[in-house]
Design a protein around this ligand. Structure first.
Ligand code: SF4
Length: 338
């Protein structure tokens, strides 16, 4: 995908904490640090994948960017404008430019509305179209673009399969002519054969409409296919970020290595379980993250330094950042071995 090399999205030091209430007076006794100081940018027309185990904060990051959850701190620039500083009509205007497609196409569609209203109602609300006739024409056009038949527009969500419902969700997201779409585990609930159809649809729409995506997924093979850049999240932080090639070929963070080693391969020659790194224990609670490097309780390479000192983010090659005390050594060793 070609781009004009300009950042459409820039997230700076994003934090989303959820208060923990306790006692008779329900006072705040702690914070769940679901997203803790996350920064990244996405160039116009590109796809950034955000990966990590469930509970690492990737979905919360996406929802907070769109202010579906109130940010605790940070900045979120859309084409140079900090949308967290906007309110009222200004914010409404930017909200149409940024849309989200959720994981579950069953619960995210109103079962009592026909498809033309599900896709079209936001067009009228945001005055994208002047009247219902124009709305219907645009609904038909979007349905065709998303691989649905316009004659199905009068049907209700329960009359469609899971894959078709996700197509409806995508058409609804595109109804307000957005430039940026967050796909939050958008294909995870679908059968594998349907997943590839929806991924191809998202790719085609990106080429057609010049869309920019944040693609949130725990499925590394899907992320590898669709993304230009990738961020790896662990316990509310991005621990490694870079281009797709940098993350998949030159990874230097032990967590990225463990995730990649556990990803199933379609190529039987690469299905070698002996290389698989099994992480011990569960993801620690974000209400009480481990000291120093948050990954130290599960990292096979942890030393005494790791529990005592928060590692810096090292730029091991241009645009490739790794948050690990030994990032530089690991990267150099990998380069040597290659
Ligand atoms: Fe592992 Fe230590 Fe690096 Fe953290 S800083 S990833 S615990 S080696």
């Amino acid at each position: 995908m070609t781009t004009d090399n300009k950042n459409l999205i820039e997230v700076r030091n994003l934090k989303k904490y959820f208060p923990i209430k306790g006692g008779i007076l329900q006072t705040t006794v702690g914070q769940v640090k679901a997203v803790d100081d996350v920064s990244f940018s996405i160039k116009k027309g590109q796809v950034m994948g955000l990966v990590g185990e469930s509970g690492c904060g990737k979905s919360t990051t996406g929802r907070t960017m769109l202010q579906l959850l109130k940010p605790t701190a940070g900045e979120m620039y859309y084409d140079g404008v900090d949308t967290f500083k906007l309110s009222g009509n200004e914010l409404k205007k930017y909200r149409t430019k940024m849309q989200i497609v959720f994981q579950d196409p069953y619960s995210s569609l109103n079962p009592r509305l026909p498809i033309y209203d599900i896709i079209g109602e936001a067009m009228l609300e945001h005055k994208i179209v002047a009247n219902r006739e124009e709305m219907m024409n645009k609904v038909f056009e979007l349905m065709s673009k998303c691989g649905l038949f316009p004659e199905q527009a009068g049907r209700y969500p329960h009359q469609f399969s899971g894959g078709q419902r996700q197509r409806i969700c995508i058409a609804r997201a595109l109804a307000v002519d957005p430039e940026f779409v967050i796909c939050d585990e958008a294909v995870s609930a679908l059968d594998v054969s349907i997943q590839s159809q929806i991924i191809n649809l998202l790719k085609d729409l990106q080429d057609d409409m010049g869309l920019t995506y944040l693609f949130i997924s725990h499925d590394l093979s899907v992320v590898k296919f669709i993304s230009d850049s990738v961020g790896v999240m662990y316990l509310g932080e991005i621990v490694e970020i870079g281009s797709k090639e940098q993350i998949f070929e030159h990874f230097a963070h032990p967590y990225t290595e463990a995730l990649l080693s556990a990803a199933p391969s379609f190529d039987p020659r690469k299905r070698n379980n002996s290389n698989r790194i099994i992480l011990q224990g569960d993801l620690p609670s974000p209400a009480n993250p481990p000291s120093g490097c948050r990954f130290h309780t599960r990292c096979p390479l942890a030393t005494a330094k790791c529990s005592g000192e928060v590692p810096a983010k090292y730029e091991v090659e241009p645009g490739h950042f790794v948050q690990c005390h030994f990032a530089k050594e690991r990267f150099a060793k990998r380069a040597e071995n290659n």
